[in-house]
Design a protein around this ligand. Structure first.
Ligand SMILES: Cc1ncc(C[n+]2csc(CCOP(=O)(O)OP(=O)(O)O)c2C)c(N)n1
Ligand SMILES: [Mg+2]
Length: 694
């Protein structure tokens, strides 16, 4: 048979099969051409993805960011060819970062031919922000399913706030597909437990139960009873015993659609590498090309032209257009009409939805932000943060979030009247309770953000380690998420080294695109939030103190507005030409100021640079950076209760870093400050020593 001679299908079943086999063969061909990738799972799950997309989902390929679309998450991101195939076959349109439709397809056949190659819109794993129609970046197993829980929470919250009688503005569903890997990852368990607790009946996970992972059959690693586990969480558990039975799959998905009060877990028994005579049901089908000969044999088993490559037979595009295209298009048009009526009746709410979709802030979002008067006793970073968050959350209706069971410690609880708790029976609440689930928390915050809510998550800074994988994805996805991490150094003294971060600042500073801020007093906290809130495509981390920090006298020292530049001259040397520069962040800022005053009294001209954010400072012009840290001033001392690594770039060869080279210890903070040298006298002494004035 030549490539064009596929017989016109006669029956509905035949055309279904033709579409499914197109997904399979595109996937095999792309992997073969790239000489890398994962063919087996797309071959097995093509019927599932076909059924979800073409029979069930309300998704309009013409407008992949229509707010009320159903969401599809491919948590087993290695099977990305499933997504590239279906985005291509549905002719899903491209959208840019400003949410404008570009008038060309998101994934072309050429992209698929160039699967995994530079600049192809068919990369190795699904990448949000790179390919339109991808709802979230996946690849690190477990992240996708956990993120889908955030999407489901978002839908519930949006419905609670915006739906009105006869105006169901938000009623979409979330589908996530996952494999054994996702099921084994702990993050999925955290997320599944919370999803059931919250009764998220808008959420369906389909588990590809193929008994295969990279090292072989799961009998060597994974023998738990997954169904019982999910029943235990409180999910509605369904099973379809044959991944090729699309009618059964459809029925199961329809049961999901009718299930109230709990999420649905559909176990789908499948055969990895389905149709491959030598590789089906083996780990070999997971992550390597099948080989030319095996590809030919697979195509033969599908009744496909054996030598055809990247073939989309006649009728396939049309069938997707008649399925998801027609259904999604109609749903979107109806919604657009509904929303026009809503806009007339509820203009203020409609305006909120518009702003949220564009990641804009409402007018006067920063009104009533506090200004803290000078106070030597001062305020803890976390307390200042709590006050600011409570103001912002009242000004910005769609700002919400919570903590991993540390709300009272993180001071992230929204306490104003009407803030409310998000629970199954109160889905309009703005206080989320993540429980002790830091891993899932951040993925869920990502899911909220992908749904255009402005979301924050909080825990102790030390446990950012548990949250890091999803923070990284947040940066990779360019999401404006907010992470509030308190107890940022040795401030919780007696808790000891298990609770005292050392390497965490450096490790977060190393994540590209993530803005990390460690404000030095209450007014710097305000300015940090002011900066963060205006971010549209970048996540931010706030590292905040547990203990009170003196509120600096901003009449004597520079305004805290300098925070937005990452570093600024807080206290200047008399005459403006310093002999020494003291650089500090967070709780060490007031130490540096005290040391500066001591040096001044001795006639030593020092300058204090407050440096809450390396990342923001690096974004400034060279001129500004050299004004703050003039290259000619070699005597520099940096003070930070964290790993010293990296500070060389600011203190230079002849500077000195007062920081942590070991873990902390369990003792009252004062003793720790003495033991580890975080005292004004020591800072002054180091400066004197470097100046040769001992
Ligand atoms: C967190 C994480 N660990 C490891 C990997 C590497 N990895 C990619 S796929 C895979 C096996 C996944 O098995 P399964 O989910 O059953 O996928 P299947 O082969 O059945 O498609 C592994 C270990 C990963 N992507 N993410
Ligand atoms: Mg598997």
């Amino acid at each position: 048979m030549s490539t064009t001679q596929v017989a016109q299908p006669m029956t509905g079943a035949e055309v279904d099969q033709l579409c499914i086999n197109t997904i399979r063969t595109l996937s095999m061909d792309a992997v073969q051409q790239a000489k890398s990738g994962h063919p087996g799972t797309p071959m097995a799950l093509a019927p599932l993805v076909y059924t979800i997309w073409n029979r069930i989902m309300r998704f309009d390929p013409q407008d992949p960011i229509w707010p009320n679309r159903d969401r599809f998450v491919l948590s087993n991101g290695h099977a990305s060819m499933l997504l590239w195939s279906v985005l291509h076959l549905t002719k899903t349109q491209a959208v840019n970062a400003e949410y404008e439709r570009l008038g060309h397809p998101s994934v072309t056949l050429d992209d698929i031919r160039r699967f995994r190659q530079l600049d192809s819109k068919a990369p190795g794993h699904p990448e949000y922000h790179w390919v339109s129609g991808v709802e979230t970046t996946t690849g690190p197993l477990g992240q996708g399913v956990a993120t889908s829980v955030g999407m489901a929470i978002a839908q519930k919250w949006l419905a609670a706030r915006y739906n009105r009688p006869r105006f169901e503005i938000f009623d979409y569903q979330i589908y996530a597909v996952c494999g054994d890997g996702c099921m084994m990852e702990g993050i999925a368990s955290e997320a599944a437990s919370l999803a059931a607790h919250l009764g998220l009946d808008n959420l369906c996970w389909v588990y590809d139960n193929n008994h295969i992972t990279i090292e072989g059959n799961t009998r060597i690693t994974f023998t738990e009873d997954v169904a019982t586990r999910f029943l235990g969480y409180g999910w509605n558990v369904l099973r379809v015993g044959d991944a090729n039975d699309i009618d059964r799959i459809q029925s199961a998905l329809e049961v999901f659609g009718k299930t109230k009060g709990r999420p649905t877990f559909l176990i789908l028994d499948s055969h990895i590498g389905y149709g491959s005579p030598h590789k089906q049901d083996t780990a070999a089908a997971h992550g390597e090309p099948l080989g030319d000969e095996e590809v030919r044999l697979c195509k033969r088993s599908y009744g496909w032209p054996e030598d055809a490559k990247f073939l989309v037979p006649d009728g396939v595009y049309e069938h997707f257009a008649a399925g998801v295209g027609a259904r999604g298009g109609q749903a979107r048009r109806q919604w657009t009409e509904l929303f026009a009526g809503y806009r007339v009746k509820y203009p203020a709410l409609a305006a909120e939805i518009d702003q949220m979709q564009r990641r804009e802030l409402p007018a006067e979002w920063d009104r009533n932000l506090p200004v803290f008067p000078a106070d030597p006793k001062g305020l803890a970073g976390r307390d200042a943060s709590g006050k600011v968050l409570n103001v912002l959350a009242q000004n910005i209706p769609w700002l919400l979030g919570g903590s991993a069971d540390l709300g009272p410690s993180n001071k992230t609880t929204l306490t104003y009247a009407g803030a409310g708790d998000f629970q199954a029976e109160s889905p309009g609440g703005k206080n989320l309770h993540f429980g002790i689930r830091e891993n899932a928390m951040v993925a869920i915050v990502n899911g909220l953000s992908l749904s255009k809510l402005r979301a924050f998550g909080a825990t102790f800074f030390i446990f950012s380690d548990y949250a890091r994988p999803a923070i990284r994805l947040s940066a990779l996805m360019e999401l404006p998420t907010i992470f509030v991490f308190t107890h940022d150094a040795m401030g919780d003294g007696e808790d000891g080294p298990t609770h005292q971060p050392v390497e965490h600042l450096l490790s977060l500073r190393a994540i590209p695109g993530l803005t990390t801020l460690r404000p030095g007093d209450a007014n710097e906290v305000v300015e940090a939030y002011r900066y963060i809130m205006q971010l549209r495509h970048r996540p931010a981390v706030l590292a905040l103190s547990r203990q009170p920090l003196p509120t600096l006298d901003r009449k004597r020292y520079a305004s805290a507005e300098g925070v937005a530049k990452g570093a600024y001259i807080l206290a200047e040397a008399p005459g403006g030409t310093p002999e020494a520069i003291l650089i500090a962040t967070g709780s060490e800022l007031s130490l540096a100021v005290e040391a500066h005053e001591k040096l001044l009294a001795e006639g030593i001209r020092s300058r204090v640079v407050s440096m809450p954010s390396w990342d923001l400072f690096e974004q400034q012009t060279q001129e500004y950076r050299e004004r703050v840290l003039p290259p000619s001033v070699k005597v520099r001392v940096a003070v930070e209760q964290a790993s010293t690594l990296g500070w060389e770039r600011y203190v230079g060869e002849s500077g000195r870093v007062i920081g942590m080279r070991t873990f902390g210890a369990s003792a009252p903070l004062k003793e720790l400050q003495r033991k580890f040298g975080f005292e004004p006298d020591r800072v002054a002494a180091v400066a004197r020593e470097l100046l040769g004035r001992t």
